[in-house]
Design a protein around this ligand. Structure first.
Ligand code: GCB
Length: 568
């Protein structure tokens, strides 16, 4: 939900910055103002902005100031943080506004009591990226993570201040189908007689639908049918702007917008359907990772990535291994990508499966993820976890509880998780779609592509035999290649080995009628913790970290462009 109606101050730029390795800041009252000459850029992770901060894990403080015009007096004031890794505490003008845990979901704090109108306002944020076994995802240190990507810290996604009328629209939940169903649940905060007017505008600015409803006890609902809509699909990502205006005494008090698409998703007869047609997912697992900006992908990089994916014939990706930024998923909506939206629950171990407090935390993060992205046409499936240690019995209850939680919050989309245990997995019964990560010919059978592919085929057939009604998606397969390293014959880490590995896997996978899609691991090389297995980066990218192609790109382009999106 966004608004062009509400005044907004974007806090992008240089902020004051101060490390607090001994955690004395709170005690010493740093929330009143930082004594420091250090600067940092927001949005971006702190690590690569200065070599001294690269391996820093712990507490750091941020400060910025913004001016609030006098005319805004009487409005409500909100601070939105789209992503802070990993915990944040926020003060405005020395007053504590609130806190949040979890790097990858946005949070909004009210600042009505602390704000000064017609004056400068001092915003201070304490950030803590200490990694523990209780984090989601868990770990024990910068180079001892239970996940295979670099543990960045900081305010790495946009921050803004937004002003609303005291009567305002709090939330919209939109459900559509490809035939024109339009169900909207509106939540409003306000007093007196309030009307919500909904209008639907097509991409040429034409109003194609309009209806007004009265708000009762803070709620209003529309359950309707819009005739003549153009459905949303990867081939034609038709978007409409749903505009909701809040009206009181014949005056518009608030207005919010949502980009929506008319489309339906279903799993039946072992297939995945989009708009009642069976569909095949061709794509990649991605990461949000870039030199210097760390876990922030600037808009220009995102544009490059999406056009590269399009050229390669891709129609899908997974937000491995956490919910991506609003800007990232906006492009998926606009350019027609089918997204598997993954929760930040990577690498759960047996100790997590029965830890009630931990499970509730994961559920809270899943709830925030769904609240933030539920109206996106691009999001066609949720993944509740990546590679939990799900070869033990207790994994079933853990995964089942997360899947049920998702279904309760959003019954319209299928649910999955990415498994590394295949036939040994104890939790596959809980999902709508089975997702498998496979590395035979790399971690197992190193140097033996043919043997790896043969063994992968045997395992896949076996999983299909065990769960004949469930479609199977390959969420990861791939091999590392050091860009510029060539070798004949193809040996591990050469561009030739990666290209051949991917070609042989695609050939095998596309022959299997129970497979509904394949995602290559990974779109681009990405930074990892330091380890004996990695030279700074995970090298399984089709592209380098700065988005230059490796040899495999040619193969993927040829193969993927031959596979149609719709199977019938
Ligand atoms: C996996 C993980 C992914 C790793 C990848 C690898 O199965 O899901 O996070 O990066 O393997 O390259 O080892």
């Amino acid at each position: 939900m966004f608004s062009r109606f509400r005044p907004k101050i974007v806090l992008e730029g240089y902020w004051k910055f101060k490390l607090d390795p001994n955690k004395k800041g709170e005690e010493e009252g740093w929330f009143n103002g930082l004594r420091t000459g250090d600067l940092i850029y927001v949005p971006s992770s702190w690590n690569e902005q200065r070599p001294q901060w690269d391996q820093y894990m712990g507490v750091a403080w941020y400060e910025n100031e913004f001016f609030v015009p006098k005319e805004y007096d009487g409005m409500r004031v909100w601070l939105t943080f789209e992503g802070v890794s990993y915990k944040a505490k926020v003060w405005l003008n020395g007053e504590f506004l609130g806190e949040h845990e979890g790097a990858f979901t946005q949070f909004k704090l009210n600042a009505d009591k602390a704000v000064k109108f017609g004056d400068y306002n001092k915003l201070i944020v304490e950030v803590d990226n200490t990694l523990t076994k209780k984090n989601v995802p868990p770990g024990e240190g910068m180079n001892n993570t239970y996940f295979d990507f670099f543990h960045y810290g900081g305010i790495f996604r946009p921050v803004y201040v937004e002003f609303t009328n005291p009567d305002y629209i709090e939330d919209l939940t939109v459900i559509t189908d490809h035939k024109g169903l339009l169900k909207v649940d509106i939540t409003v905060v306000g007093e007196g007689r309030l009307i919500v007017k909904l209008t639907l505008v097509d991409d040429e600015g034409r109003e194609v639908y309009s209806k007004s409803v009265e708000v009762k006890k803070g709620k209003a609902t529309i359950d309707d049918h819009v005739s003549g809509v153009k459905p949303w699909s990867p081939e034609e990502p038709n978007l409409y702007t749903l505009r909701a205006s809040l009206i009181k005494d014949n005056e518009v008090k608030d207005m919010v917008e949502e980009n929506i698409g008319f489309r339906s998703v279903a799993v039946r007869n072992g297939r995945l359907y989009l708009n009642d047609r069976p569909i095949f997912l061709k794509g990649v697992g991605r990461h949000e990772d870039f030199p210097v900006t760390g876990k922030y992908l600037p808009g220009a990089v995102l544009i490059r990535d999406f056009y590269l994916m399009k050229e390669l014939g891709m129609n899908s990706f997974r937000t491995s291994h956490y919910p991506y930024s609003n800007a990232h998923l906006d492009l998926a909506d606009k350019l027609g990508f089918l997204v598997i939206l993954e929760s930040p629950m990577v690498g759960a171990r047996e100790e997590h499966f029965t830890d009630r407090e931990y499970i509730e935390k994961v559920k809270r993060m899943i709830e925030e993820m769904i609240k933030q992205h539920k109206n996106r046409p691009s999001v066609i499936m949720y993944s509740v976890a990546n590679e939990p240690r799900s070869n033990v019995e207790t994994a079933y209850d853990f995964i089942k509880e997360l899947c049920d939680h998702v279904k309760k919050l959003d019954p319209t989309r299928p649910v999955t998780f990415a498994s590394m245990f295949h036939t040994e997995d104890k939790a596959l019964e809980a999902v709508d779609v089975i997702s498998l990560n496979i590395y035979l010919g790399w971690y197992k059978y190193p140097g033996e592509i043919d043997e790896g592919v043969r063994e992968a085929e045997r395992i896949l057939d076996k999983v299909h035999e065990m769960y004949p009604d469930k479609p199977i998606l390959i969420t990861e397969f791939g091999a590392g290649a050091v860009s510029g390293f060539h070798h004949d014959p193809p040996v591990m880490w050469s561009e030739e080995y990666q290209a051949e590995f991917i070609r042989k896997y695609i050939e095998m996978l596309k022959r299997k009628e129970y497979i509904i899609g394949m995602h290559i691991w990974n779109f681009a090389d990405f930074r990892t913790p330091q380890s004996a297995r990695r030279v700074i980066l995970n090298r399984k990218g089709l592209f380098t970290r700065t988005r230059q192609p490796k040899l495999a790109v040619k193969i993927v382009k040829e193969e993927f462009n031959k596979i149609p999106t719709f199977l019938e």
